[in-house]
Design a protein around this ligand. Structure first.
Ligand SMILES: C[S@@+](CC[C@H](N)C(=O)[O-])C[C@H]1O[C@@H](n2cnc3c(N)ncnc32)[C@H](O)[C@@H]1O
Length: 352
């Protein structure tokens, strides 16, 4: 393998081990509770790709088990031997002090943790009532036993391994489940993901997630820019229409120098109007418009419909396009110097 490929593989393996901060989970989940206080009531939640000894997902949902009115919480972890990123791993006291501890299984088996009732009879259901055992296999989400847990659950919540995001999402969709999962914002450009967003079967959550830790809550924080929550659980932000100005007012008053005093233009190779900023979408334009990908953070399906994305719509290039501007599918604007290749655009249209 070339040196760069090695480095890339090591980086991907490391990124697969980024753990989520408690406050990030809390902030996001609160948005769904605010919108619908019963969103989790009577539901079974599965947290795959987790590990309650290291991860906050199980802690957070176990702590809120009664408040959310959960029926059952299940979390599964992935065997240390199967992880691509190797660390000086030691089983925790939680595991070694338990009569079920098995030195052999500890390294090669996944674990399952379940919470349904007050096992220690202290009058409340919380993390101390979690019961655990080793799985038959290593806890791979694609295994038959974890897939059976998916089928039992109503909602799948986790930060899955970054390198398996497409597969993970497909696994959720195949099970027809509700989900709340973390992924890189770039995932919206994947051919497996974008159609779900276009058809309102998946959307962005309400907050972004930037800082993660590794293995132990004492580890330094690592920055993974552009991470977002992806979900098909409803929240209030997606029903707030954008407040927009007319085209004439944008040209007169826009705070962007690229808009103020300048006419909007259409792409050369696709029949849509280029909109360089989400807040510059003209309220009175009824045709197709190309907007930056960040529009999805503000997307209200009652206000706009999504037609597609430049990556999939720009099937033709301008005929006289210089070699220097060639590349993958993109929209082009014609200007006095020739052409300008645009960043990826989402094409939308105002709902009538
Ligand atoms: C990005 S980390 C997130 C951990 C935890 N959910 C959190 O957010 O704090 C993803 C976890 O999935 C595990 N993993 C990797 N491949 C897996 C697979 N095929 N099946 C299940 N888990 C996997 C990794 O070892 C890692 O522990």
């Amino acid at each position: 393998m070339a040196k760069n490929a090695n480095l890339g593989a090591a980086k991907n393996a490391k990124n697969d081990e980024f753990y989520t901060q408690y406050a990030d989970i809390q902030k996001e989940v609160n948005a769904y509770i605010e919108y619908n206080p019963d969103v989790f009531r009577g539901k079974t939640i599965l947290l795959p790709c987790d590990d309650p000894e290291w991860s906050n997902f199980t802690k957070f949902f176990a702590q809120n088990f009664e408040f959310f009115g959960l029926k059952k919480l299940i979390s599964t972890s992935y065997a240390i031997e199967s992880k691509k990123y190797k660390t000086d791993w030691q089983p925790t006291l939680f595991e070694t002090e338990n009569p079920m501890y098995n030195v052999e299984k500890s390294r090669i088996k996944g674990k399952i943790f379940t919470l349904t009732h007050d096992t220690n009879a202290n009058g409340r259901i919380d993390i101390d009532d979690l019961q655990w055992s080793y799985l038959e296999g290593d806890g791979d989400f694609r295994s038959a036993e974890v897939t059976a847990l998916r089928d039992e659950a109503d909602i799948i919540i986790t930060n899955p391994p970054f390198s398996l995001f497409r597969e993970f999402l497909a696994w959720i969709m195949e099970g027809g489940k509700q989900c709340l999962v973390i992924g890189n914002m770039n995932a919206i450009t994947y051919k497996e993901v974008f159609p779900l967003i276009k058809d309102n079967k998946l959307w962005l959550g309400t907050t972004d997630v930037r800082w993660f830790y590794q293995e132990s809550t004492n580890s330094p924080l690592y920055e993974a820019a552009h991470s977002r929550w992806f979900t098909n659980i409803d929240h209030g932000m997606r029903h707030k229409p954008l407040q927009l100005m007319s085209m004439a007012d944008n040209i007169r008053f826009s705070r962007h120098k690229e808009v103020k005093g300048i006419n909007y233009s259409k792409y050369d190779n696709y029949d849509a109007l280029e909109i360089p900023f989400t807040d510059a979408i003209p309220s009175d334009y009824n045709g197709e418009m190309g907007v930056p990908i960040s529009f999805l953070d503000k997307y209200c399906p009652e206000q706009f419909e999504i037609i597609g994305m430049s990556l999939f719509l720009a099937t033709q290039k301008p005929k006289d396009l210089p070699k220097s501007l060639q590349g993958g599918p993109a929209f082009y604007l014609k200007n006095e110097n020739g052409y300008k290749r645009q960043y990826p655009r989402i094409v939308i249209r105002k709902k009538q």
